[in-house]
Every structure is written in structure tokens, then in C-alpha cells.
Design a protein around this ligand. Structure first.
Ligand code: SF4
Ligand code: SF4
Ligand code: FES
Length: 270
């Protein structure tokens, strides 16, 4: 029987082919190949960290948590968007090689590191927070907003979004219209609009029902195919379109959640 230590026994060498480009210095992008020893447990992130430490300190890439939680390490692995901290080299190696390049549809800062400014600006544009009209209740809470399990289930999957950019990178509409809000932001607009605690329908519709908003989505679903958290932004966008049409006909997605009064003193104790 194999022990967990077997995961870390070297099993051979692999060539890691990496896109190298510094837009501030280089005339054109190029490729560099590094050969490293791997074990069954070596992730692509482990491999890049080893290359940076032992072979090429100039190599640039993004990462933070190392546990598929922060979303900062997404890149193209053999042409597909993946989180490199949870992808093992041996899962993806082909003919002894793994090819890495920065995410499509993002400007490059250096090598494998992309600029997420526009992506995050679009995320912020849909107001990804709960909007309420009862300011007095927000400032001096008397209880919790009531929400049933069924109401929670309407938006639950979208709360798993890591903002890794994989869906945005895979979207053919983003590739041709750089102002398109993209699958991540549009799915988040849907997530907040259908949350019964939220009252920001009009503000968000003004953003997403626009020239570069949800109507540009062709429902190709490549965004959902690559999501490492199994979120389905393509579905969220289609539901968002339906919700906008219903809202034009005068239907609201829900009544604002009521406050469930807490027992006296309970709120203040938190
Ligand atoms: S929806 Fe999925 S692929 Fe898109 S940013 Fe969120 S976690 Fe990443
Ligand atoms: S379903 Fe829409 S958002 Fe997703 S990849 Fe296709 S066009 Fe882009
Ligand atoms: S390093 Fe955080 S998700 Fe990969």
C-alpha cells in the first residue's frame, strides 16, 4: 500500500515551457523551457516556485493562498484556464512537457502575471454588496433579515466565485469587446439581485442592461466550462436576462426580506 510520503518521491523530470515577456523591455514575447524533477504530488505552483528559487529568479507569476481559495494563480495550462495551485504536473503533462502562458483576455504585466484592474472595475460596477433602503435598520439593527433555504439556494453557487478570471479569459465576447462586463461581473449582478435581502434592482439593471452588458452574451458557456469552483456564470447571465425582461413588465424578483426581531439585547451583544 502507498503511503502519503510516496506522493513526494521523485518520479522523473518534466519540461515546463513558460511564456516570457516584459512589455516594458522586450521587443516581442518569447518562450523559455525549464527542466525539473517532479513527484506525483508536485503542483504547477510548486514547479514554478522551484524554478524561481533555483533556476530563474526573474520569472513572474501570481499566487497567494496555495489552496484554491484566493483565485490569484489562474493561468493557461496547455491552453486551458486552470488554478495552478491545485493542478498537479502529472495530471496535465503531455509528451513530457507542460506549457504555461498568461490568461487570455488580460493585459500582461510580466511573464505569467496579468493586470486585473479592468476585471475588478467591472466587478465593482455591478455593486457586489447588499443594498438596502432601511438605513435606520442598518445603522441600528434590531434583528436579522429573514431568508429561507430556498431563497438562499437561488444565489448560493455564485457566492463560491473566487474572482480568478478564468471565465473572463475563456469568453469569446470579452475577446472581441473589451468593454463587455464579462461572465464574472454579470453573474455577480444576478447573485445580488436575487438575494431577498437586497433592494438594488434598479441600480444594477442600469449597469447590466446596456450596450456592453448581458445582451452581448451568446451563451457559448465556455465561461462555465472552465470555472474551477463549478460556478455556472452562463446560467446566471441567462437568468439575469429573464429577470430584466420581467422587471420591464413590472415584476419584481422578490419582496425585500423582513427583519426577524432578535431577543432584547441579543443584537448588541454580538
Ligand atoms: S465564476 Fe468561476 S471562473 Fe469566473 S471568476 Fe468566479 S471562480 Fe473564477
Ligand atoms: S456564455 Fe456568455 S459570458 Fe459565458 S463565455 Fe459565452 S458569451 Fe461569454
Ligand atoms: S494560490 Fe490561491 S487559488 Fe491558487
Amino acid at each position: 500500500m502507498e503511503s502519503s510520503m510516496d506522493l513526494w518521491k521523485p518520479v522523473g523530470t518534466v519540461k515546463i515551457r513558460v511564456y516570457k515577456y516584459n512589455p516594458k523591455k522586450d521587443f516581442a514575447p518569447g518562450w523559455k523551457e525549464y527542466e525539473i524533477e517532479v513527484s506525483r504530488g508536485t503542483t504547477i505552483l510548486d514547479a514554478l516556485l522551484r524554478i524561481k528559487e533555483e533556476i530563474d529568479p526573474s520569472l513572474a507569476f501570481r499566487y497567494s493562498c496555495g489552496q484554491a481559495l484566493c483565485g490569484s494563480c489562474a493561468m493557461m495550462v496547455n491552453g486551458r484556464q486552470m488554478l495552478i495551485c491545485r493542478t498537479r504536473v502529472l495530471e496535465v503533462v503531455k509528451d513530457g512537457k507542460v506549457e504555461l502562458r498568461p490568461l487570455d483576455n488580460f493585459p500582461i504585466i510580466r511573464d505569467l502575471a496579468c493586470d486585473f484592474k479592468s476585471f475588478f472595475d467591472k466587478h465593482r460596477a455591478v455593486k457586489p454588496w447588499i443594498i438596502r433602503r432601511d438605513v435606520e435598520e442598518l445603522e441600528n439593527p434590531t434583528g436579522d433579515y429573514k431568508q429561507t433555504i430556498e431563497e438562499y439556494a437561488r444565489y448560493y453557487q455564485f457566492t463560491d466565485c473566487l474572482k480568478c478570471g478564468a471565465c473572463y479569459s475563456a469568453c469569446p465576447t470579452v475577446a472581441t469587446d473589451h468593454e463587455y462586463l464579462g461572465p464574472q461581473a454579470l453573474a455577480q449582478a444576478y447573485r445580488y439581485i436575487v438575494d431577498t435581502r437586497d433592494e438594488g434592482l434598479e441600480e444594477r439593471i442600469a449597469v447590466v442592461d446596456s450596450d456592453h452588458g448581458c445582451w452581448r452574451c451568446h451563451f457559448a458557456t465556455s465561461c462555465s466550462d472552465v470555472c474551477p469552483k463549478y460556478v455556472d456564470p452562463a446560467q446566471g447571465i441567462q437568468l439575469l436576462k429573464k429577470l430584466i425582461m420581467r422587471s420591464k413588465l413590472g415584476f419584481k424578483p422578490h419582496k425585500p426580506a423582513e427583519v426577524l426581531p432578535s431577543k432584547i439585547g441579543e443584537v448588541k451583544k454580538r
